[in-house]
Design a protein around this ligand. Sequence first.
Ligand code: NAD
Ligand code: ZN
Length: 343
Amino acid sequence: MERVIEVIGGDGNVSKIAIGDVLRRLSEWLPEGKRVIIITDANIHRNYQTLIDQYENVIIGFGETNKTLQTVEKVCSKLIELGVDRGCFILGVGGGIVTDVTGFIASIYMRGLRFGFIATTLLSQVDASIGGKNGVNLDGYKNMLGVFNQPEFVLCDTSILKTLSDREFKAGMAEVIKAAMISDYELFKKLESVDPTTLKSEKELLAEIITSAIEIKAKVVMADETEQGVRKKLNLGHTFAHAIEKCSHDSLHGEAVSIGVVIISDLAVRMGHITEEYRTRVVELLQKFGLPTTTDVTTPKLLKALKSDKKRDSNGISVIIPSGYGNCDIVHMSFEELNSHFV
Ligand SMILES: NC(=O)c1ccc[n+]([C@@H]2O[C@H](COP(=O)([O-])OP(=O)(O)OC[C@H]3O[C@@H](n4cnc5c(N)ncnc54)[C@H](O)[C@@H]3O)[C@@H](O)[C@H]2O)c1
Ligand SMILES: [Zn+2]
């Protein structure tokens, strides 16, 4: 079954997200008669060469170290070499790195080209490719340069996840659990009943879960596209996740989010926002999906790293705190106040 969710951007443009067996109808999603240029990474090219080589393509390296202005420059030079103009359509095929970079390039190359995505990791299907945030890192700071610009479509085909490593799949599940904790207790309960060992191959169930997670993000994005308020809730677990990623370079983003969700759930218990019972269920759910729930990085080191978070302001930082089943609050705290909860 195919499902389509719409995200309507602030400019009124509609971004369509299709979930299910959607790749077999790829040509119907592409604009008729336009030249299509794919941007992808070397791993995905190796796995899906037949699909990708049907179109002109530009290959980037894989990994966070490639999410840079240098990559943007290299790809743009290649686009000039290929004679790509504003009449062309750019298709990003990949995980969050490829879609973040592609969306940025498509937004700035010749002041903007039409673009869409095929999201190939679970994390990009439920999170990174949805919502119109595109950009690159700078000087070790994540996503410092970027734009809000919605892709025309995002194709989330569950079959493409078959070649994804188990570790990457699990990392994507952290964002699904996060989404359930933000606003969907039914999804949380469903995840508690799922068999994690078979989920990747249960196409229908997987599509249902991906759809629920996308619906949560789509709703929040439509309410607050440029993150002035409620969109901040999508950062549940991310305040500490970013600090963990800064302090230890061997964890995947989703793994850091899993640990960040536990740290913030512990804090929520101490502040009286959630019960110990809910916190235990959160930890057990993350562990069931093979996600880490503790870190070797010490709390003082994490709190220090937090102070350089780009989302901080002069008075402190907005922390997203779980506040009951399928709910969370945005709480602004000074660093002193935050520190006081960890002594
Ligand atoms: N824009 C947003 O709103 C947003 C939200 C969340 C995360 N992100 C960004 O997303 C990035 C992380 O994305 P990610 O977790 O998808 O990582 P990724 O893009 O690095 O992909 C993970 C790895 O899996 C490989 N891969 C991808 N699809 C595959 C497939 N189907 N089969 C086999 N291998 C495959 C890739 O080559 C890569 O090595 C981070 O840079 C993060 O900042 C952006
Ligand atoms: Zn994330």
